[in-house]
Every structure is written in structure tokens, then in C-alpha cells.
Ligand binder design. Structure first.
Ligand SMILES: [Cu+2]
Length: 349
């Protein structure tokens, strides 16, 4: 295989709308840094871009306004993985009363009050079994993060789909990336209400899909993408296009649990009847990112990622794609309208 060298100034990749980096102002040092590496000439363009992206990010200094990282909390606060059962919900104080199992070497099984961070308190009810990260805030308060409501039946559907997806990605190998004209990958994930949404449920609908994460601090990235999706949702409603479903998959699924996604949608006034925010096993999300050609890497504190907005037709075929966050909802509206309304299905995943 012929080797192609990619070297020198990387500035062509630093124009304003470049979807493959997050924050050009924080990356100046990388622009002039000579980069020398090689890729095989048969590599998919996306692979090359991914390599470039990695290199660019590698040279980035930290963005100036980063939120307190979840991971650093463990340096100052004790955190534990716990399992338990909800025995009370205090909506006003945003407190969950949970009877948790024994935490070895720390605490016997007992019933305690917990603060619940970013999650939507209305997602919880008595009797639910859950797993979560318990954070001892050392001031007498205990916080739960990454709360997952355990449901054996749903969990096994989503796990099985994740295994199939992993195998599919493996089998496709270098051709894992699905281009416009190919069928979208099959999946099953949880939506913001904890319901399972799968690929087949979305057939018969035109799907506009992207990847975001709720803690994204870069205004021009996920917040802008979600704002555009919400605008498209409003346009679709105004124009009476009835067979459209919007899907945002979290690329940070460990943090973005269904209750966190529910709060994210609610805080933005987004109606979720035809707009699903999806999360699920880490491996499933990584495989979907690969197959949809979106890059996401864990940075020091946050996810560094590219953005793409995909249009999937009623048969499940990817028919359009725009990289970056500057896509035009009006253009997507025209495409959705121009494909007519045949095959519309009324189910609401
Ligand atoms: Cu983002």
C-alpha cells in the first residue's frame, strides 16, 4: 500500500465553519506546529480527518470557560457506585429518598436523602430500582449522579442491540462509516423518558439525527446544534409536516442519563413527542459515532467532538448530511417537505 505523507502547516483546517475542532482561539499554537505523519492512501477521508482532528486537539490549550469537570470531583470528594430503591421523592427540595445496598468499607445498607444534580426530579417514583454514582460532598450532603433506573426487560433489549451493533461495526471494519446513500445502522437506545427507541420504530418517518452532549460548554457547538434542531421542529410543526422525527444521541451517555436528557429538553422548552434525546451503553454510542462518521474524544475535562446533521428517509437510508453546526433548518425543512408525506406513520417513539 502506498504511503501518503501529510505534513506541514495545518491552517487549512482552521476556517470558521470547520466542524472538526471546537475552539480555534484556543488552538492557535497548533496552527503553526508542523505535523508529520502518514496514512495509507486507501484510508477513508474521514479517517484522515480523524487523525488530523486528533492532532489538532492534541495541541489545543484548554478552552477558557470550562465547567468543573465531573472527573475531578473524585479528587476532592469520595464517590461510590451504589444500587438501591427509591422510597420517596421530594419534588420541592429536589431530594430522593433511597434505600441503598451496603457500600463495602464505607456504609451499611440504609435509607438516605440524596440531592440529584442535573436530573429531572419528575423522572423518579417510589419503587424504582436504580444504580448511580454517590458523591459524598463532605458537608453532610450526598449527591447522586448518573442515575439509571434499572429495568431488566428494557436493559436486555438495549444490551442485545449494543452487542449486534458492536459486531456489525467489527465486521464492516474499515468500511464502518456509512456514507450518504447507505442505510443507517440499527440500534436500540433509551429516550429521555427511559423508553426504548429502536431503529425499526423510526421507519416510516423522516429522521433528522445528530449527536450532542448536555454539558457542552462551547456555544457554537452542541447548544447551537440543539437550537437549530428546535427551530426545525417548530418549522415542521408550522408547515404541518407530520412524519418527521428529530433525534439527538448523547455522545456522553454515562453522564447524560434519561433524567438528565429530560431536564435538558425541558429547560429549552423542547417538546419530546417528535424529538427524542437518546442515551445507552457507552459501546453502542461509540459504534454509532463511528458508523455515522462523527468524531468524539474525551479531552481533559470535556468531550472534543465534530458535529454532523443527518437526514434519514422513511426506509432508513441516509439521504443528506451536513457537517458542522451551521446547517440551515430551512434547507432541511425544504428537503422534508419535498419528499412528500407518503408512508407517514403515527407512532411516536
Ligand atoms: Cu458539543
Amino acid at each position: 500500500m502506498r504511503q501518503v505523507s501529510v505534513l506541514g502547516n495545518m491552517s487549512p483546517f482552521f476556517h470558521q465553519d470547520n466542524p472538526y475542532h471546537m475552539n480555534s482561539s484556543s488552538c492557535r499554537s497548533a496552527q503553526t506546529r508542523p505535523a508529520v505523519f502518514s496514512v495509507t492512501s486507501s484510508a477513508h477521508p474521514l479517517t484522515i480527518i480523524a487523525l488530523l482532528g486528533t492532532l489538532i486537539w492534541g495541541g489545543c490549550s484548554k478552552p477558557p470557560q470550562e465547567p468543573a469537570p465531573a472527573s475531578s470531583r473524585s479528587e476532592t470528594h469520595l464517590t461510590f457506585d451504589i444500587r438501591g430503591e427509591v422510597v420517596g421523592v421530594d419534588l420541592e427540595r429536589r431530594i430522593l429518598l433511597v434505600h441503598h445496598e451496603e457500600i463495602p468499607n464505607y456504609m451499611p445498607a440504609m435509607t438516605m436523602e440524596f440531592k440529584i444534580g442535573e436530573a429531572d426530579i419528575t423522572s423518579f417514583q417510589e419503587g424504582q430500582k436504580l444504580s448511580a454514582k454517590m458523591i459524598d460532598e463532605k458537608n453532610g450532603d450526598f449527591l447522586l449522579e448518573g442515575i439509571r433506573i434499572l429495568d431488566t426487560a428494557k436493559d436486555s433489549i438495549v444490551s442485545a442491540a449494543a452487542r449486534d451493533l458492536k459486531e456489525d461495526t467489527h465486521i464492516r471494519g474499515k468500511n464502518a462509516f456509512r456514507e450518504v446513500g447507505e442505510t443507517a445502522p440499527r440500534f436500540a437506545l433509551f429516550n429521555q423518558d427511559g423508553a426504548v427507541v429502536n431503529f425499526d420504530q423510526l421507519r416510516g418517518k423522516q429522521v433528522v439525527l445528530n449527536f450532542i452532549f448536555t454539558r457542552c460548554p462551547v456555544a457554537t457547538m452542541c447548544p447551537a446544534a440543539t437550537e437549530r434542531m428546535a427551530r426545525l421542529q417548530r418549522l415542521v410543526k408550522e408547515r404541518g409536516v407530520s412524519d418527521v422525527h428529530l433525534v439527538s444521541i448523547s455522545l456522553d451517555p454515562t453522564y447524560d442519563t434519561p433524567p438528565v436528557l429530560k431536564a435538558y429538553a425541558a429547560n429549552r422548552g423542547i417538546e419530546t413527542t417528535n424529538f427524542s434525546f437518546l442515551t445507552g451503553p457507552e459501546s453502542a454510542v461509540r459504534d454509532l459515532l463511528t458508523q455515522f462518521g462523527v468524531i468524539a474524544e474525551r479531552g481533559d475535562n470535556i468531550w472534543k467532538h465534530s458535529l454532523a446533521t443527518l437526514l434519514i428517509d422513511r426506509t432508513g437510508k441516509i439521504v443528506h448530511r451536513v457537517d458542522g453546526s451551521t446547517w440551515d433548518p430551512s434547507d432541511f425543512l425544504l428537503r422534508l417537505e419535498s419528499s412528500g408525506s407518503q408512508g407517514a406513520v403515527s407512532s411516536q417513539p
